[in-house]
Design a protein around this ligand. Structure first.
Ligand code: SAH
Ligand code: SF4
Ligand code: F3S
Length: 442
């Protein structure tokens, strides 16, 4: 008999993409994905360790699942992903309702692990691999809008930014065979998808040696995916400023369907802090890359990640972050307070010495400035016409549709005889800091 499987995902897009791989592996092994957790025979929680509060959220969730286990002692609960990798067996000691612990490179063994649980109650596997890319597995699409999808092109990270847990939870960096990537993109396009985001912790370091010795780097890969169809939009995330090459900027500029949007995490505007973070670039290098992007792709949307209150960050360092934000003028940003992670270089070598109230105040200043910058940039879009890929109805009203422009901005407009997956031209008539409002013009 088929088991009813419920997967819940936390963390980054790569985790969401992994859940779709897990779904595919288990659907091939007598499981059926369901959307109601109460009905499940197997619950898998795909977890994130990036900040302490990410882990706390998951502990709360596990507490909330205890009542289901009480109701059904045969229910199998698994913790998979980064937190499983970081905490290993300690997780079971902390949370005895957990039966399965599976790290990010152990997903092929999940069917076997489920069988083991049925015999012995528990199964733990957290060995990281140097080769696993799940390359040939065609993911099932979970909670998809049928318009945009994510394709994982590489796994792991070896940059060892001093604050970051990812190299420890995801292991060595490895790239996926480009043929399987292009096949997946083609398959998705043939099934109605119009937008693909290529995913990796540092997509610019993608590299693959073909059988004939030819090297494929990220610029060549993104061009191969863009050639699947001119009506397939291509995006990517995340790129590291240290490897953001002129070649990549030129490739983005030369394909209409590679979106004019770049997420380029700066983390800090101070060269001294960047050095301590082991980011391997300076403030000047970062600004040079931004200028190169603005010159070659004048209408490019820009977003970033910023950490407030890293070890030893002075008021002057913080001011440099604010001044860099002003200089770049980001359209949006993900902004975080520094959270010390066990085992990282920073935790081992630098005191976490910025007081909590100072961290909070700096983060607030960063958020306020970003809010102004987003609003200012959005105001500049009023009056412009953008091609929008329609994603569906807005949450608030079935009389309104929404979609994104190439610059990754959400635009809302009145419903018309169009459907999700269509392209329409929309003129922006109004805005907030978060959204553009428009009218269809064609
Ligand atoms: N690979 C990407 C980022 C992955 S993690 C890159 O290198 O840019 C996403 C973001 O979380 C990071 O960019 C960083 O801003 C933030 N982050 C990572 N570790 C953190 C920590 N210990 N505390 C606070 N924020 C952190
Ligand atoms: Fe973490 Fe740095 Fe790797 Fe990004 S590049 S995942 S921040 S170690
Ligand atoms: Fe979190 Fe792991 Fe992604 S730590 S951010 S789920 S790679």
């Amino acid at each position: 008999m088929n088991s009813k499987l419920y997967i819940e995902t936390y963390g980054c897009q790569m985790n969401f993409s992994d859940s779709e791989i897990v779904g595919a592996i288990l659907e091939h092994n007598k499981c059926t994905l369901i959307k109601d957790v109460e009905q499940a025979d197997i619950i898998l929680i795909n977890t994130c360790s990036i900040r302490e509060n990410a882990e706390n959220r998951i502990f709360h969730r596990l507490e909330n699942l205890r009542h289901l286990k009480k109701k059904n002692p045969l229910l199998i609960i698994g913790v998979i992903g980064c937190m499983a990798e970081r905490m290993k067996d300690d997780l079971i000691a902390k949370e005895p309702i957990v039966n399965i612990i599976a790290g990010p490179d152990s997903y092929r063994d999940l069917p076997k692990m489920i069988e083991m649980v049925k015999v012995s109650g528990q199964a733990v596997e957290t060995l990281l691999s140097e080769e696993e890319t799940y390359g040939e597995i065609m993911p099932v699409r979970i909670d998809s809008n049928g318009v945009s999808a994510f394709i994982s092109i590489m796994r792991g990270c070896e940059n060892y930014c001093s604050y970051c847990v990812v190299p420890y939870t995801r292991g060595k960096e490895r790239s996926r065979d480009p043929e399987t990537i292009v096949n997946e993109a083609t398959y998705l396009f043939n099934h109605g998808y119009k937008e693909i985001t290529l995913l990796g912790q540092n997509v610019n370091s993608y590299h693959w040696e073909c059988a004939d010795g030819k090297m494929i780097n990220f610029s060549s890969l993104i061009a191969l995916v863009a050639k699947v169809s001119p009506t397939l939009r291509v995006r990517f995330s995340t790129s590291h400023p240290k490897d953001f090459s002129d070649e990549l900027i030129d490739t983005i500029a030369s394909y209409d369907n590679i979106c004019n949007f770049i997420h380029l995490p700066m983390q800090s505007g101070s060269t001294a802090v960047l050095k301590k973070m082991n980011r391997k670039y300076t403030r000047e290098w970062y600004l040079d890359r931004i200028n190169a992007i603005k010159t070659r792709i004048p209408d490019c949307g820009l977003s970033t990640d910023i950490i407030a209150g890293f070890c030893g960050e002075t008021e002057e360092d913080h001011q440099q972050t604010l001044s860099m934000m002003k200089e770049v003028g980001y359209d949006s940003a993900f902004m975080f307070k520094y959270s010390e992670r066990p085992g990282t270089l920073a935790q081992r070598h630098f005191p976490n010495d910025v007081p909590e109230d100072v961290k909070s105040r700096r983060l607030e200043e960063i958020i306020d400035l970003q809010q102004q910058s987003s609003l200012e940039n959005n105001k500049k879009d009023v009056g412009k016409v953008f091609e929008v890929l329609v994603e569906g109805e807005t949450k608030r009203s079935d009389k309104q549709l929404f979609g994104c422009n190439s610059q990754n901005k959400v635009i809302i407009f009145d419903r018309a005889e169009i459907k999700a997956g269509d392209y329409v031209n929309v003129k922006v008539v109004d805005c907030t800091a978060a959204t553009l409002m428009g009218e269809i013009v064609s």
